[in-house]
Design a protein around this ligand. Structure first.
Ligand code: NAD
Length: 293
């Protein structure tokens, strides 16, 4: 079994980005600038945004954090998005999800200019991805593609089972794995909560991408020898031995499954760090006008 070390790979990619930023600085070119909008004080969202801003600093990007109270109105939030869309210094921005219940999150996503949508959530970017056109890939799928690519894991002609059909992970991942591209060319099954016999599907899989949100859901009896496992899940389980009272586990029962797997991502330290790195890659692409010209 080989561990796919997302933390180490994300550090490698970050130093590559930092190199590029240094070159831009040396040539007096514009430095990439990412903005993040955070609404409310959900601790998980705060920690995600903090790590995104910290990563920007690490690679030499400029970053702007716009932190708003959860009493913000839809109109006020739309105004902020419109300002960011029109701010020429901002190359890309994200609005951290989830948003408070009184905010229409779909309207927010649709209001972001696709050219600045470095999270890759706007339907224009999703559609361009599906047609193989230049686009910002959603950050988590982009990170997974990077992992498969840099670890030279063959995907062509393989059978990939994606479990979970969210718009930000499962659905785009199922499209990407079937694309005619280096990471792609695989035969894809998209499984979800209404799949009749999930184990029958996963047992046929050469590659399993699990994005479910249920701790240790994929067990060793559900996978075949040599399977490649990409575990997207981030779940908190109670753990009194930890100071904070919980630990993070994935959707895959790591220890027993890793004994059968040829490659596997750990949680934490797998897909998670790659997601932030992808956001930086999209922002760099935006500042270089590589996607929309
Ligand atoms: P989601 O929470 O929106 O949806 C869960 C999906 O799982 C649904 O599509 C559902 O059909 C499927 N599902 C639920 N029960 C099932 C069952 N019994 N059998 C088969 N499928 C079932 O999905 P999401 O937003 O992609 O999140 C999934 C997990 O990934 C969560 O733990 C989330 O925290 C994590 N996540 C991690 C990252 C990262 O950067 N590592 C990014 C996004 C999401």
């Amino acid at each position: 079994m080989k561990l796919i070390d997302g933390k180490a790979l994300s550090e490698t990619i970050k130093s590559e980005i930092a190199e590029e930023v240094k070159k831009l600085k040396d040539r007096d070119k514009k430095i990439p600038h990412l903005a993040a909008v955070l609404v409310g004080n959900d601790p998980a969202s705060q920690s995600y945004v903090r790590s995104k801003v910290k990563s920007c600093e690490m690679v030499g990007f400029e970053s702007t954090l716009i932190n708003k109270d959860d009493s913000i109105t839809q109109e006020e939030l739309m105004e902020i998005i419109s300002d960011l869309n029109n701010d020429e210094d901002i190359d890309g921005f994200i609005v951290q999800l989830p948003l408070p219940k009184h905010i229409d999150a779909t309207a927010v996503t649709l209001a972001i200019d696709p050219k600045k949508d470095v999270d890759g959530f706007h339907p224009v970017n999703f559609g361009r991805m599906a047609q193989g056109l230049p686009c910002y890939l959603p950050a988590t799928p982009f990170g997974i593609v990077q992992m498969l690519d840099r670890y030279n894991i063959p995907t062509e002609g393989k059978h990939t089972v994606v479990v979970g059909r969210s718009n930000i992970v499962g659905k785009p991942m199922s499209i990407l794995m079937g694309m005619k591209s280096k990471v792609g060319n695989s035969t894809v099954t998209l499984a979800h909560s209404r799949t009749k016999d999930l184990a029958a599907e996963t047992l046929r899989a050469d590659i399993i991408i699990a994005a479910i949100g249920i701790p240790n859901f994929i067990t060793a009896d559900m996978v075949k020898e040599g399977v490649v496992i990409i575990d997207v899940g981030i779940n908190r389980v109670d753990d009194e031995s930890r100071k904070r009272g919980y630990r993070l586990v994935g959707d895959v029962d790591f220890e027993p499954v890793s004994k059968k797997a040829s490659f596997i991502t750990p949680v934490p330290g797998g897909v998670g760090p790659m997601t932030v790195t992808s956001l930086l890659m999209n922002t760099l692409m935006s500042s270089k006008k590589e996607v929309y010209g």
